[in-house]
Write a protein that binds this ligand. Structure first.
Ligand code: FUL
Length: 444
């Protein structure tokens, strides 16, 4: 395959409809809740007494309101974490809410949460940990049946799911054995009952882990990656540009989607990254912890939703089942800051004009404002439905470069500080014809 052919193929690797819907969901909440909330642990042991789980004041409508106040459009609940305790009354285990004193064992957190999301108009998803430190089946083939049964309950009894989140952790079960997870089977169950749900796992198939829990995307974040890395993605290209196997590639590496790496890939696939981070240091609630500052959360939004990834921000409920008022306040502050920065009042109407450079990949687009204004953000979107192409760009204010960036993809937010009536987006390298979905400018 020659260079032009290979790059063109790479530039036309496309998202599925469910991946497009997920990219547009952008910002959603994780809710980590289980026996750990009552034991102050991050990883439960699996032998916790069901009676300790008692969210006597559970209020999922309050969760949904708090999540919405931050501008989030979905919520993913830990239906089961590594400790194996189920937040719904699964038919397949006694280690669940049905043996807790809460609502005399008649409660179902998954149902209350799913219904509250529906009432509040946000999407609902579930996390079902494959690692289970409680199940007596763990470490045997019977565990895969057990897991599939639980997955089926969640996929068939709680309405539409927008996401199923698989954790990569694989530790020992109660009998000291590790499990060989049958992911192919798990994936087929989700596709059968919830075809619109994206599946998150460290390596895809639909959404991949960004590689850290600190809230930072790569300098160049590609949704087009080698299937040598994301081996559960559909293979959309056929053949490498250069001989030589990719012998090492891991999802914490910086260059996973760069041309220097993908040229050796025998098949590329589409898997956008998700940034997952907790509003506090821990994933579960610990009274002594404080939520992160507004500044940190705002910057994380810019470095995730504004860097071609989605942002899954965890908010852990307290033992009562309510969110901590400090978290509720911080979420509202974050939403206010985002509405202020990207609200319609701050959006400056612009006129776009493509300047003929004689090149389809080194494109210049003039962004004209109605008058001279102080600007804060330039929000770029590629038409990613047709593939991700831009490798590097600059924003010019006359002769001055005011921003230098790399990938754009679904969305790139450029945080600038300039006063201008005309900017130029200068794409300096791209894998094929530049195709923009939207260019917006937000003023001070
Ligand atoms: C990790 C888990 O081990 C953590 O407890 C948490 O659930 C995080 C989102 O994923 O792999």
């Amino acid at each position: 395959m020659d260079y032009t052919e290979f790059m063109r193929a790479a530039a036309h690797v496309k998202p599925s409809a469910r991946q497009m819907a997920w990219f547009d969901t952008e910002f959603y909440a994780f809710v980590h809740f289980t026996v750990n909330t009552y034991t102050d642990l991050e990883w439960g042991l699996g032998n916790e007494d069901e009676k300790i789980f008692n969210p006597y004041d559970l209020n999922c409508d309050e969760w949904v309101e708090a999540v919405k106040s931050a501008g989030m459009k979905g919520l993913v609940l830990t239906a089961k974490h590594h400790d194996g305790f189920c937040l719904w009354p699964s038919k397949y285990t006694e280690h669940s809410v049905k043996n807790s004193p809460w609502k005399d064992g008649k409660g179902d957190v998954v149902r209350e949460c799913a219904e509250a999301c529906r009432r509040g108009g946000i999407k609902f998803g579930v996390y079902l940990s494959p690692w289970d430190r409680n199940s007596k089946y763990y470490g045997t083939d019977a565990y895969n049946d057990y897991y599939v049964n639980q997955l089926t309950e969640l996929c068939t009894e709680y309405g539409p799911l927008f996401m199923v989140w698989f954790d990569g952790a694989c530790g020992e079960g109660p009998n000291g054995k590790k499990q060989v997870y049958d992911f192919e089977r798990y994936i087929s169950v989700i596709r059968k009952y919830q075809p619109d749900a994206v599946i998150f796992n460290d390596f895809g198939p639909d959404v991949r882990w960004c590689g850290n829990e600190a809230g930072t995307a790569r300098r160049a974040e590609w949704a087009v990656v080698p299937t040598e890395l994301c081996f559960r993605c559909e293979k959309q290209t056929d053949g490498a540009l250069r001989e030589g196997d990719i012998s090492y590639l891991y999802n914490t590496e910086e260059q996973i989607g760069d041309t220097s790496v993908i040229q050796y890939s025998k098949a590329l696939g589409f898997a956008g990254a998700e940034i997952d981070m907790s509003i506090r240091p821990g994933w579960f609630y610990h009274e002594k912890e404080e939520p992160h500052s507004l500044d940190r959360l705002f910057r994380t939004y810019i470095n995730s939703c504004g860097a071609n990834t989605s942002f899954n921000l965890n908010v852990p409920p307290m033992p009562s089942g309510r969110f901590d008022p400090r978290d509720i306040a911080r979420l509202k502050e974050l939403g206010d800051a985002l509405r202020d920065a990207f609200g319609e009042e701050k959006k400056i109407p612009v006129t776009l004009k493509t300047i003929d450079t004689g090149s389809d990949t080194q494109t210049k687009i003039e962004i004209r404002l109605p008058e001279k204004r102080k600007i804060r953000f330039v929000d770029l979107k590629e038409n990613i439905a047709e593939g991700q192409r831009i490798e590097s760009f600059r924003l010019m204010n006359g002769e001055n470069c005011i921003y230098r960036g790399y990938t754009v993809g679904h969305r790139k937010i450029c945080w600038v500080n300039a006063e201008t009536d005309c900017l130029t987006l200068f794409v300096t390298a791209a894998r094929d014809t530049v195709d923009m979905r939207e260019i917006s400018v937000y003023g001070e």
